[in-house]
Design a protein around this ligand. Structure first.
Ligand code: KG4
Ligand code: ZN
Length: 352
């Protein structure tokens, strides 16, 4: 069967075509129109601008996603209904509802976070195929780390999720974005901080810069990143007193230490959660899962504990519609929710 996925929860306009046949997945198309350049000058996403761009871009993005097939051939349409920016979500769902109504197709509203979880099952966007949802590595401890979320979710099956930890303030991606802004590195902050950290010369300033690892030793499974951001702000302010500019090496040292601090907390808490709930595997997802240091350190820590480790292919770390198509397929198969176009409701704060 063919699933058309549509994603507009934040600043990426995305549409994908996923084929599921004999329990095997094939990505026929995965189109993303990024608005990064537009929002960069604001240092973050400007909601009303994002919604306007979705209106402009969605028809073309869907058309591109459907180059190999016609809408008449689609079996199910899946669209993100939350969580996210309300104005952005409304554009995508209204568009999906119109298509579902016009072509008389079932429409499934998808939770964006379930999409990120599903991204671990996706094959590369080529002709590669992979068994769909082989669930023998469940239960899994899933770390979802994005611009808006930092959550530890115990997954015991499809549609069986339990939130066991979350951030009390900023999300990990938000911390990367804000630290990048303080250091003058641009938006989005995650890739910018990682690239700047990579410029640190071995044996350089790294040892002199020490930043906090908030809640590292708290017994619970929650996170907090606001203090780390403030520590970077004060450190930068101190170092730039008397109008001094940060040297490239110091800036790289701060970026490297901030990145390490975020990764340390994420890894330690995820392993703590995995041991507490006696899971078989650890799964990483969300935009911050593109971070190479996090990918390798979480993999090492998981395998040391005898746990399987999964992370999405790079194409599916940040927001995309292929993960929405797969989560929509899961939902459609469960037959637990209505699929007429009228039943999809947007919820900016939707829980998993
Ligand atoms: O999942 P996503 O695309 O959108 C949301 O649902 O929020 O995540 C975007 C977040 C941004 O905060 C961005 O800075 C972060 O993911 N990010 C990264 C990297 N690539 C993207 N963070 C750290 N390292 C990266 N390489
Ligand atoms: Zn996301």
């Amino acid at each position: 069967m063919l699933i058309l996925g549509i994603e507009t929860s934040c600043d990426d306009t995305a549409a994908s075509l996923l084929e599921v046949r004999n329990n095997s997945l094939k990505v026929l198309s995965s189109i993303i129109s990024s608005q990064i350049k537009l929002h960069a000058k604001y240092g973050g996403v400007f909601p009303s601008l994002a919604a306007r761009e979705h209106v402009k871009n969605l028809p073309g993005v869907i058309k591109l996603a459907l180059t190999k097939k016609h809408l008449k051939d689609i079996d199910v349409i899946a669209v993100t209904r939350g969580p996210g920016l309300i104005s952005s979500l409304l554009v995508g769902t209204a568009f999906a509802q119109t298509l579902a109504w016009k072509y008389n197709k079932p429409l499934v509203g998808v939770n964006h976070l379930e999409g990120h979880l599903a991204s671990n099952w996706l094959p590369q966007a080529s002709n590669n195929q992979k068994k769909a949802a082989t669930n023998n590595h469940l239960p899994a401890m899933c770390l979802i780390v994005s611009g808006g979320h930092t959550e530890l979710v115990l997954m015991t099956g499809i549609n069986k999720y339990k939130l066991v930890g979350h951030t009390l303030d900023d999300a990990a991606g938000e911390a990367f974005d804000k630290i990048a802004r303080i250091l003058g590195l641009g938006y989005p902050g995650g890739p910018a901080v990682a690239a700047t950290a990579a410029k640190l010369k071995v044996g350089g300033e790294k040892l002199k810069i020490k930043l906090p690892r908030p809640m590292l030793h708290s017994k619970d499974l929650n996170f907090s990143f606001a203090g780390l951001k403030t520590a970077v702000l004060y450190l930068t302010r101190d170092l730039t007193k008397n109008k001094k500019r940060l040297s490239p090496q110091i800036r790289a040292a701060i970026a490297a230490e901030a990145q390490q601090a975020i990764v340390d907390v994420l890894v330690i808490k995820t392993i703590l959660a995995a041991e507490k709930y006696k899971v078989k595997s650890v799964m990483l997802s969300g935009g911050v899962s593109a971070n190479k240091l996090l990918r390798s350190e979480l993999e090492n820590a998981s395998t040391k504990k005898g746990l399987k480790f999964f992370r999405p292919k790079m194409d599916y770390t940040t927001d995309n519609a292929t993960m929405i198509a797969l989560a929509g397929y899961w939902r459609w198969k469960l037959k637990k929710q209505k699929t007429d176009w009228k039943s999809v409701q947007v919820d900016a704060n939707l829980d998993l």
